[in-house]
Design a binder for this molecule. Structure first.
Ligand code: SF4
Ligand code: SF4
Length: 300
């Protein structure tokens, strides 16, 4: 059995990637399964998905704890979580990053393919949805599923869901990633430890009460503690505010899930980028096209 664990952020398409890889494996004659792990995630929050591939029927239903391959849709995730935990020493990693494999520190030194899937996705799809580009790199990293079957599965799945043109464009993103990804071996220098624990263990939550504000190690938990969770580190695209177009309707202000947008005294807006996770909700809801999402964690 071959087991693949995907790590991404909500909105990057990790679940669709896992499902499409399973469908490619089925096209190739294997048995396969794919399923997500949903925590309390929101758009931009870390998510996991899993794919199992085998020559015989798969009855195992658990999460994947010792993957043969780790697929990382956001190369910054190891900075906040020890996501390489459990990866087999002979396993492989596929990472969306601008770094070469030898520059990338995963925490375990394994064979690694890196690809700038974000740039490919922007160029081909005009959006930072990197799942199909990463599938092309997976086909390069291991021949468990051929590129032809990956491309066919993408055309089928994305074509069915989003239309034939979208299927073709997503397949092109995968092919570009296959052609441009870099093979090598990543570094294993960073310690595989959780950087911060955001919640206390259940034993420490007072029964029958709301959680009080408390200091737990280096982290403040409880009401009002979200100021410490700098969700701005999640951002791979940033809202650019065009003040001259703003009609001061305040829709972005009350729609931002992170409370990033501050209302000024004159009712124009100000962004606190420490908390902007780049979800794009504000740009979608703005009726005056006064907010445009731009690639990169930048400030305007
Ligand atoms: S400012 Fe916009 S892009 Fe940033 S978190 Fe809020 S809604 Fe999302
Ligand atoms: S939604 Fe657009 S027009 Fe309305 S306040 Fe925000 S930026 Fe201005």
């Amino acid at each position: 059995m071959y087991e693949i664990r995907f790590h991404g952020r909500g909105g990057q398409g990790a679940v669709m990637a896992a499902q499409t890889l399973a469908e490619a494996a089925v096209l190739q004659g294997f048995h396969a399964q794919a399923f997500p792990y949903f925590g309390a995630e929101r758009r931009g929050a870390p998510v996991k998905a899993f794919t199992r591939i085998d020559e015989k029927r798969i009855s195992l239903k658990s999460q994947i704890y010792k993957p043969d391959m780790l697929v990382i849709l956001d190369g910054g995730l190891p900075d906040i979580e020890p996501i390489a935990d459990g990866l087999r020493p002979e396993g492989k990693a596929v990472v969306n990053t601008t770094l070469r494999p030898e520059e990338y520190d995963l925490g375990i030194s394994v064979d690694c393919v890196t690809v700038d899937a974000t740039t490919i996705a922007y160029e081909k799809l005009k959006a930072p949805i990197v799942n199909t580009a990463i599938l092309g790199a997976i086909a390069k990293a291991d021949d468990i599923v051929s590129l032809d079957h990956v491309l066919q599965a993408i055309k089928d799945k994305f074509g069915e869901k989003l239309g034939e043109r979208a299927g073709v464009l997503n397949a092109e993103a995968a092919k570009t990633a296959y052609d441009t990804c870099i093979e090598g071996r990543c570094k294993g220098e960073r310690p595989l430890v959780q950087k911060a624990t955001w919640l206390p263990p259940w034993e420490e939550i007072p029964p029958g009460t709301a959680l009080p504000v408390a200091n737990m190690g280096e982290v403040v938990v409880g009401p009002g503690s979200s100021w410490q969770n700098l969700t701005g580190t999640w951002r791979i695209q940033s809202p650019m505010y065009k003040k001259d177009k703003c009609v001061r309707c305040l829709r972005c202000w009350w729609s931002c899930p992170e409370g990033t947008i501050k209302r000024q005294e004159d009712d124009y807006m100000r962004w606190d980028y420490r908390y902007c996770k780049g979800c794009g909700v504000c740009a979608n809801i703005c009726p005056a096209s006064a907010i445009e999402m731009k690639k990169g964690a930048r400030e305007w």
